[in-house]
Design a protein around this ligand. Structure first.
Ligand code: MLT
Length: 254
């Protein structure tokens, strides 16, 4: 992987393909490799940039409290480092929350936005409280229980469940706990959706057990130039469960 030193962190990223810059931001608690199935389907149209977020994969870990806007600032600094002014930004779930934070902070740098299995809403109070408990549990006992509990909710495919569980077990407790806190602290982005002048593509599995399809429909209703692709029989991991459909939808953004 390539490495860039941004905002005091060593950020690891993959880069391949040619065309319009497209940053693919992974979700929680995973890393850039979730996008591997769509990379061959996108690299003819896009200059693909696939970072591991701070605390995940091969990137450095930050031990002080941070926000999703700080993770969005890492992406902006990575683009600066690569001398890229504007890009399409697409994010999976938490990666979508970060893409929305990027859109709030740097609207003029966006050529388009992709939300994959994500939402614009902030956490309800009970979800926030649940995240605090999870964070304490992870810092005390590691990521085992999160990997065990979450893998079966991500997809109905047992082979993929086991692959994702292994990937989650590779993540560091400090990074996972930091991201949980940042998600709990995130702002509701519904207010900014209608201000977007760039195209928005929303991709969502009808069998998503983490973020229900209604959240995607609400986001679609709020944006001016948007497409929603609903995928039958797919859960929270469209890029792995239905790479062809996911790539076709993202390809409309170049
Ligand atoms: C994710 O898949 O990135 C997270 O589970 C999203 C969330 O917990 O809100």
């Amino acid at each position: 992987m390539f490495k860039a030193y941004v905002n005091g962190i060593e950020l690891a990223y993959e880069r391949c393909g040619r065309g319009t810059p497209l940053v693919l931001i992974h979700g929680y608690p995973l890393d850039h490799t979730i996008w591997n199935p769509v990379v061959p389907l996108l690299e003819a149209s896009f200059d693909l940039i696939l970072p591991d977020l701070r605390g995940f994969g091969q990137s450095g870990t930050v031990r002080i409290r941070f926000l999703l806007t700080d993770m969005a600032a890492d992406i902006a600094a990575l683009l600066d480092n690569l001398k890229i002014k504007t890009a399409v930004i697409a994010g999976h779930s938490m990666g979508g929350y970060i893409a929305l934070a990027f859109a709030r902070c740097y609207p003029s740098r966006l050529l388009g936005l992709g939300l994959v299995a994500s939402q614009a809403l902030a956490d309800a109070p009970e979800r926030k409280a649940g995240r605090t408990q999870e964070e304490e549990h992870i810092l005390a006992h590691g990521v085992w229980d999160v990997a065990e509990g979450m893998s079966i909710k991500l997809t109905a495919d047992p082979v993929l469940q086991s692959k994702l569980k292994d990937l989650m077990l590779q993540q560091r407790p400090e990074g996972v706990a930091g991201a949980l806190r940042a998600m709990a602290d995130r702002l509701d982005s519904t207010d900014i959706l209608s201000s977007f002048d760039f195209p928005v593509t929303i991709i969502h599995g009808l069998a998503d057990r983490i973020v229900p399809i209604e959240r995607a429909r609400e986001a679609r209703a709020a944006v001016k130039k948007g497409t929603l692709v609903e995928i039958e029989g797919v859960g929270h991991m469209p890029m792995m469960e239905a790479p062809q459909i996911t790539a076709e939808a993202l390809n409309t953004l170049h």
